[in-house]
Design a protein around this ligand. Structure first.
Ligand code: UGA
Length: 376
């Protein structure tokens, strides 16, 4: 069961207000990017909490069947008049649309900047003009290469209102994404402080779970993020590629824990408004080489066969010129704990079997049909 459903309810809000639904959440919420990995988990969780949802995405295939509380709208957010209509109808907007795949940052940087900044400025302006609560998904990547305090000294964790944002030089196009995301955060913050926009910004830290990303040549092009890249290799019997030896660190949070954090924001507007929140799980901080080993073990527990192999590659071999990396990324979640009661619970070892099972179920038959039986 999703944590979002099992948590005791301590919602805030005036239930006499027509714009508030059950448990203090906004009555009608537009979710932009509802067909993506996070959206496809968030929409059902919000609907179960009693919210009416306008679920919008270019395709909603990942969302699965939904009930009468969810109005499905297959459209791009730049369709003329769409944002105006949604902002008029809804009490809050959750904005999830993004190009958030590092393989694109140095290969299609202008599209990345448009998707993560230019295309979203009109949304910020509309929410400001109509006074709608904008819950915008930014990224942990705004912190850049590693944690730094306000004076540039190394810190173990990244802190929303204290850390410096430490990006690389312009020719390292990897940072085009972080820079676009950071600029939109600044536009949202300034719209809040100077023009009354009610907002909350979420910085997700490496959320993983069923339905994340895509598998190359099956339901997407190019290179997905590390979890799907490793699952693709395991399912095809190929080497798991470790960029620069896989010594970079990431803190992985399970999608159910993450969705619980977002539901807490939606239901606690007075605690969340005007704030930026890291949502991640500092207890699941591992190197990418460790992730490969754990995932390989979880896969072998379900599919008998030879031990998965890893191979070291350079960043340039995998991503081309202009790539750069975050060395480590550990969220400080004290603010989310204190204001929202957020407590991510799922250890990496516990979440991997369900994730592996989902990829096997969705992709093994397709891979077998193309290249012969699943390696085993
Ligand atoms: C990406 C996005 O840029 C962030 O905005 C987003 O918040 C984050 O994913 C996320 O999932 O939350 P990143 O963690 O760098 O950031 O993306 P991945 O592609 O998942 O890479 C993680 C690490 O694994 C990197 O160090 C990368 O070099 C390495 N990697 C990736 C490999 O060693 N092998 C691979 O096959 C793929």
């Amino acid at each position: 069961m999703n944590n979002a459903d099992s948590e005791a309810d301590e919602a805030t809000g005036d239930l006499g207000d027509r714009t508030l639904g059950a448990r203090g959440a906004p009555a009608r919420i537009a979710v932009l990017g509802a067909g993506g990995f996070i959206g496809s988990h968030l929409v059902p969780a919000l609907a179960r909490r009693g919210c009416e949802i306008d679920a919008v995405d270019a395709t909603l295939a990942k969302l699965g069947p939904t009930d009468a509380r969810v109005r499905r709208l297959e459209a791009r957010i730049d369709r003329p008049g769409l944002l105006e209509e949604l902002v008029d109808r809804c009490d809050a907007v959750v904005s999830l649309t993004a190009l958030c795949n590092p393989a694109l940052y140095n290969t299609r940087p202008l599209e990345v900047i448009d998707a993560n900044y230019t295309d979203l400025v009109p949304l910020v302006k509309l929410c400001t003009a109509r006074g709608r609560w904008l819950i915008h998904f930014s990224t942990c990547e705004v912190y850049g290469r590693a944690g730094r305090d306000g004076d540039g000294r190394p810190t173990a964790r990244m802190i929303e209102d204290a850390s410096a944002l430490w990006l690389g030089p312009v020719h390292r196009e990897r940072w085009s994404y972080a820079c676009a995301k950071q600029l939109l955060e600044r536009v949202i913050f300034a719209s809040g402080r100077h023009h009354g926009l009610p907002f909350t910004i979420v910085r997700p830290f490496n959320v993983i779970g069923p339905r994340m990303d895509f598998l190359p040549d099956i339901d997407g092009e190019g290179r997905p993020r590390v979890l799907a890249a490793f699952m693709s290799a395991l399912l095809r019997g190929e080497d798991l590629l470790l960029v620069d030896g896989g010594r970079q660190r990431r803190s992985f949070i399970f999608i159910d824990d993450f969705v619980d954090g977002v539901v807490r924001i939606v239901e606690r507007r007075s605690a969340a408004e005007g704030e930026i929140f890291n949502l991640g799980n500092p207890a699941n901080d591992v190197t990418i080489a460790e992730l490969a080993a754990l995932l390989g073990r979880a896969y072998r527990a379900q599919v008998l066969g030879a031990a998965p192999r890893t191979r070291v590659v350079t960043a340039e071999e995998l991503y081309g010129v202009g790539y750069d990396d975050s060395e480590e990324r550990v969220p400080d979640i004290a603010k989310a704990e204190a204001r929202l009661g957020f407590r991510p619970r799922t250890p990496l070892l516990e979440m991997l079997p369900a994730i592996v099972a989902d990829y096997i179920e969705r992709y093994a038959p397709l891979i077998a049909a193309r290249v012969g039986p699943v390696p085993g």
